[in-house]
Design a protein around this ligand. Structure first.
Ligand code: PBG
Length: 323
């Protein structure tokens, strides 16, 4: 035998020498949940190790992440039911929990990268990402709300705006609003291929943001479709996106690879709440080795072609020195 691939696997040093894919802190974005109040820290029951923080504790959490070299954060607000309405007006009210949180993080940690989520669902009394009229999600009317929200985020100091709503035309609309208001330097990370997935369940528990009726299938993509992701990718690129995101990550590694092969833009992937919950549950039962499972998951997402990974594992892999 002339070819013996096992020779390149014979020792740890050689295995590391030929390793093709690496994950580092620079690739990771840590999603953080925010709640109203002081000195609050409540665990999300379906996401062991993940908490909702009041702003004071959020700052402590960000500081401890920064010290570990984890410097990018994606913020999500848990809004109390009485502040929700049909038009998600709380999403662009100057003193809202979310805008205060963005300002607090950027004031205290100017070098941190703050990613903000643009979609109506945490603020909508209907629990949908767009305006609902007679059971339908209105597209163009929703753009106006998303534009106000994105502008408010930019004014509060957001580095990257991440529209997760899946309305048509929203990347171009938001780009225009940002540019018209002097925020040409604020980036857009588009949720390009966001699927109508079962794996968002724990996130909706965390924010109490589940739809009050129906599902999200008229705007989020059908999990059976791959080529449709290219339509979304071409649109987002033309409309001015700086990053294209695939979400969820694990069940959609083929879509990550597809986008990687069809764009020069950096690809982000969202290793979502349900993927985290699934792994943690198996670890709690003693059915998986946590370190090996987590690093394999993150490495696979990078191998498929994602540059940035939004993941709830971001802090623990650094605390435990698993990378
Ligand atoms: C809001 C939004 C969702 C997630 C990110 N932004 C939920 C949804 O679309 O229902 C899910 C993130 C996760 O599950 O970790 N539009």
């Amino acid at each position: 035998m002339l070819q013996r691939p096992r020779r390149n696997r014979k020792s740890e040093v050689i295995r590391q020498m030929v390793q093709e894919t690496h994950v580092s802190a620079a690739n990771l974005i840590f999603p953080l949940f925010i709640i109203e109040g002081e000195n609050q820290k409540t665990e999300v029951s379906s996401m062991p190790g993940i908490f909702r923080y009041s702003i004071d504790n959020l700052l402590r959490e960000v500081e401890s992440c920064m010290n570990l070299g984890l410097k990018s954060f994606d913020l999500f607000p848990n809004i109390s039911e009485e502040l929700k309405d049909k038009y998600a007006t709380e999403s662009h009210r100057d003193e809202s929990l979310y805008l205060r949180a963005i300002r607090a993080v950027k004031t205290n940690f100017p070098e941190a990268c703050v990613v903000t989520d643009v979609a109506m669902d945490p603020y909508s009394s209907d629990g949908h990402d767009g305006i609902v009229e007679n059971g339908e999600i209105l597209n163009d009317e929703t753009l106006e709300v998303l534009g106000k929200m994105a502008l408010a985020h930019a004014q509060s100091g957001a580095d990257i705006i991440a529209p997760s709503d899946m309305m048509d035309g929203r990347v171009g609309y938001i780009r225009q609003v940002l540019d018209d208001n002097g925020f040409k330097h604020v980036s857009i990370m588009s949720y390009t291929a966001k699927y109508a997935s079962a794996f968002y369940g724990p996130f909706r528990d965390a924010l109490n943001s589940a739809p009050k009726f129906g599902d999200k299938k008229t705007y989020q993509m059908n999990p059976a479709n791959q080529r449709e992701a290219l339509i979304e990718a071409n649109l987002d690129e033309t409309e001015g996106a700086d990053f294209l995101m695939v979400k969820p990550a694990l069940a959609y590694l083929d879509v990550i690879k597809l986008l990687k092969d069809n764009t020069e833009l950096p690809i982000a992937a969202y290793n979502v709440s349900g993927e985290y919950a699934m792994l943690k549950a198996a670890v709690q039962k003693g059915w998986l080795n946590e370190q090996r499972a987590v690093t394999e998951v993150l490495t696979s997402i990078r191998r498929a072609g994602a540059t940035a990974i939004l993941t709830y594992h971001a802090k623990e892999v650094l605390v435990n020195k698993w990378l």
